[in-house]
Design a protein around this ligand. Structure first.
Ligand code: SAM
Ligand code: SF4
Length: 339
């Protein structure tokens, strides 16, 4: 089992951005590589991936987490690409947890998770989000360009068994792809405490499939799901972007993440760290602050701390997707930034 370590320094000021939002959540992309090619995320032929030497090492990731932890970082999500493609993932999870992170989770496509769920739990992982956009095996293969849905279900069951709970299932609803399965996904919550999270389809430009009329707004989803029973609004827990509901009498939760139709920027508490060592204060902004080059050039912790504070200061107040969809033009592939 894991043991807590003290952060580098204590009693630092908590990170607050220029709009008084407290920043205490870091999403770390630990690789841009992936074993799937989901049609809404990556081009079918894949991308030109980062060279191994350009990806942050465990020590560099940990150093950054410790520095952010000294400012009150509480929550870390590990993502990618597919985070379970990284060889040292179990020890990395264990080391991140030991810095004292309260809530440590992973977003995974679930292909490799069934065998790793137990060791990840042992290493200190608290929870897992698993991406699954259809309940049909043939369609899953088509959406992911070859994935085996049985492996994902094995992972969901194993995650439940070892206590990586509540298991959250991320679904990106897209007109003409999986819009006929909204009710089937929502119905999964009747008997099981799954958290089904519908994420609005976002404009990643690398594969040219995004079109506004393919997006399904959270409002439309809610109306559709209301046919199954009354949707009871659940109070926000934490400051995540998901607006959460329960169908009356159901065991699980249905969450709606609406970056396009109802942006949640006022509540945003997060920063992103890309696999190649750039802090991205906002998914939809091209602003990035490089920490890898200074780290490799011998920067002190104080210098890295200053870069962190600078990235927080320049975090935009809100994204402009609703006014100008091309403002996300830099968002080539979600796998590059971590979704
Ligand atoms: N490979 C892991 C997975 O699929 O769960 C983690 C990385 S993936 C980039 C993180 C999340 O981003 C997934 O839940 C995925 O469905 C979501 N995502 C990818 N492309 C998206 C898009 N264009 N719009 C909305 N969500 C997207
Ligand atoms: Fe890979 Fe996740 Fe992107 Fe699918 S959504 S291609 S699993 S990174």
């Amino acid at each position: 089992m894991f043991q807590r370590m003290k952060p580098t320094k204590n009693n630092e000021e908590p990170l607050k951005d220029s709009f008084e939002r407290r920043i205490d959540y870091l999403r770390i992309s630990i690789t841009d590589k992936c074993n799937l090619r989901c049609i809404y995320c990556m081009p079918p032929g894949g991308l030109k991936f980062f060279k191994e030497k350009d990806v942050l090492t465990d020590d560099e990731i940990l150093r950054f987490v410790r520095i952010a932890r000294s400012h009150g970082l509480r929550k870390v999500r590990i993502t990618g690409g597919e985070p379970l493609m990284r060889k040292d993932i179990i020890s990395l999870v264990s080391s991140i947890k030991k810095t004292g992170i309260r809530d440590l989770s992973i977003t995974s496509n679930g292909i490799k998770l069934s065998k790793m769920a137990g060791p990840l739990k042992q290493a200190g992982l608290d929870r897992v989000n698993i991406s699954l956009d259809t309940l049909d095996a043939g369609r899953y293969k088509a959406i992911t360009k070859g994935g085996d849905i049985n492996k994902v279900w094995e992972s969901i069951k194993e995650a439940e068994r070892v206590g990586l709970t509540p298991v959250k299932i991320n679904v990106v609803p897209i007109h003409g792809i999986n819009d006929d399965e909204i009710l089937s996904f929502a119905s999964l919550t009747f008997d099981k405490n799954y958290h089904i999270r519908f994420i609005e389809f976002m404009p990643a430009t690398c594969n040219g499939i995004w079109k506004k009329d393919k997006c399904i707004s959270s409002e439309d989803l809610k109306k559709k799901i209301s046919a199954l029973g009354r949707l009871e609004h659940l109070k926000f827990r934490g400051k995540g972007p998901s607006r959460n509901y329960r169908i009356k009498g159901a065991a699980g939760v249905i969450g709606f993440i609406s970056p396009l139709s109802d942006h949640f920027c006022g509540l945003c508490n997060r920063l992103r760290l890309t696999a190649d060592g750039k802090i991205r204060p906002c998914l939809f902004s091209s602003i990035k602050v490089d920490i890898k080059t200074p780290m490799r050039n011998g920067a002190s912790d104080d210098e890295i701390d200053k870069l962190l504070c600078e990235a927080v200061k320049v975090k935009p107040q809100r994204h402009l997707l609703n006014e100008d969809i091309t403002s996300a033009g830099h968002l080539r592939a979600m796998s590059e930034i971590g979704g």
